[in-house]
Design a protein around this ligand. Structure first.
Ligand SMILES: *Cc1c(COP(=O)(O)O)cnc(C)c1O
Length: 444
């Protein structure tokens, strides 16, 4: 791609620095011919900000497809279904795009299930339902929809599901989500596979639970499920937990259970750092870590990736409102804030930030990029070296497609951003910007 700069190596093809080719485009945005500016697929980021306003989430169709295809490629040798984890980004248009490629879905609430059904009714049969606190209403809705698998997390939940299924005169497929007691080497808030965490049933107690489940009417034992956390970039914990799951599958089969599915959960991390080495390598290593323990086991593998599909396919565009200096510190106050993207505040997460003109056009300065919310924790970057910008300039916060908009709030009575999906040269609003009237609508 012409004008592509090295800092974008390893990123999906959705976001690139490129030069304007068609003079026609120059009218609609401030980018000048000759300078490489940030584009989402065929559209200049500046033009998108101009058309749709800021803050603005922008997603790339080709970036989503590329990641999905990478998954399909590395798992092609085994029967598998990708059940995209809806909680990473639950926009209906994105769910629809994924459903159209044959994806299944991992949901953790009745609300997420309703979204999947709205996006594509036929996808319901490829839904797995996870989560520690499913309610009877949620179970009823999932039974009615005819989902693929319930991932149970306690004996009490098993009893309740059996009751609800009996009420609906149906038999439902179940797995237990086992807790393998494997440390995931990720942020403590998103590590889930240790005994001290609320998730799953202790793997040592699983055989007893499967025996009870298979003796329970209206339940059909069908699989084993595991999920050890999120943003995991070291493959050893995946391999270790899959070893334990494989051993359990053998034991369960020798106990006489029919285990058709192994649900490996999600959690594959991405590189948020500058100059990452790409996705092909890591996803191949991930497949290797999961598939080696499962060799000869003859199961249908379910995968629940969220972040690794959608994170790098989205950016958050924001405009610099003010430059201010407090003593030695230089701040860029931008029009987006922690209510739009909370990952830096919540997990001390790093997001790469680029200027629309990319590197090299102006000297760097060290800045804190902060929002207008009244919290010291409201920042996107601290002591970050960025090319010098002016008030009114645009910044793009990269890798914001996962756990971005889904975690957005209305704190400080700030309307949530619009979302736009770009496919080639077309941009579609897939969620309109909230208005302040929207925010007050349900109050008296
Ligand atoms: C959050 C979650 C996922 C997705 O995790 P990612 O890190 O986004 O891939 C998958 N399965 C379960 C059960 C989850 O809770």
């Amino acid at each position: 791609m012409k004008g592509r700069t090295s800092q974008f190596q390893g990123r999906p093809p959705g976001f690139i620095f490129s030069k304007e080719r068609e003079p026609r485009e120059r009218k609609s945005g401030p980018s000048r011919a000759g300078t490489a500016t940030l584009h989402c697929e065929g559209l200049p980021a500046a033009q998108l900000a101009h058309r749709f306003g800021t803050p603005l989430y922008v997603y790339s169709v080709s970036a989503i497809r590329e990641r999905l295809e990478a998954f399909e490629r590395v798992f092609r040798k085994v029967p598998h279904t990708i059940c995209y984890s809806v909680k990473a980004n639950s926009n209906l248009s994105i769910l629809k795009l994924l459903a159209n490629t044959g994806c299944g879905f991992d949901v953790v609430s009745g609300g997420e299930l309703a979204r999947v059904i709205r996006a594509d009714k036929r996808a319901a049969k490829r839904v797995v339902f996870s989560g520690v606190g499913k309610t009877r209403d949620e179970m009823r809705a999932a039974i009615r929809a005819g989902i693929l698998l319930f991932n149970l997390e306690s004996e009490s939940e098993m009893r309740v599901l059996a009751e609800v299924a009996a009420g609906a005169k149906r038999t439902v497929r179940i797995a237990f989500r086992v807790n393998p007691d494997v440390p995931a080497k990720t942020h403590p808030y998103i590590s889930t596979g240790l005994q001290k965490h609320k998730f799953g049933v202790p793997i040592g107690e699983a055989r007893g639970l499967y025996a009870k489940a298979s003796a329970t009417k209206n339940l059909k034992v069908a699989g084993v499920s595991v999920h050890i956390g999120s943003q995991i970039t070291d493959m050893k914990p995946f391999a270790a937990s899959m070893e334990r799951v494989a051993e359990l599958v053998r034991e369960l089969r020798s106990d006489g259970h029919r285990i058709e599915y192994v649900d490996a959960g999600g959690g594959l991390g991405i590189s948020y750092e500058k100059g990452s080495s790409g996705f092909e390598g890591p996803v191949a290593d991930y497949a290797e870590a999961l598939l080696r323990p499962l060799r000869k086991l003859d199961v249908h593998l379910l995968l629940e990736p969220g972040r690794s599909i959608i994170a790098a396919a989205g950016i958050l565009l924001t405009r610099v409102l003010y430059k201010k200096r407090n003593g030695t510190k230089q701040f860029l106050v931008v029009d987006s804030a922690m209510n739009d993207l909370i990952r830096p505040s919540l997990y001390q997460a790093y997001h790469e930030i680029v200027t629309i003109a990319g590197d090299g056009s102006s000297p760097n300065e060290t800045v804190d990029v902060v929002g207008p919310v009244c919290e010291t924790g409201d920042f996107f970057a601290r002591d970050r070296s960025l090319p010098s910008v002016n008030e009114g300039d645009l910044l793009a916060i990269l890798d914001a497609g996962a756990y971005g908009m889904v975690l957005a709030s209305n704190y400080n009575t700030r309307p949530r951003p619009a979302e736009v999906l770009v496919d080639g040269k077309s941009a579609k609003v897939i969620r309109r910007r909230e208005t302040i009237t929207d925010l007050m609508r349900s109050e008296v």
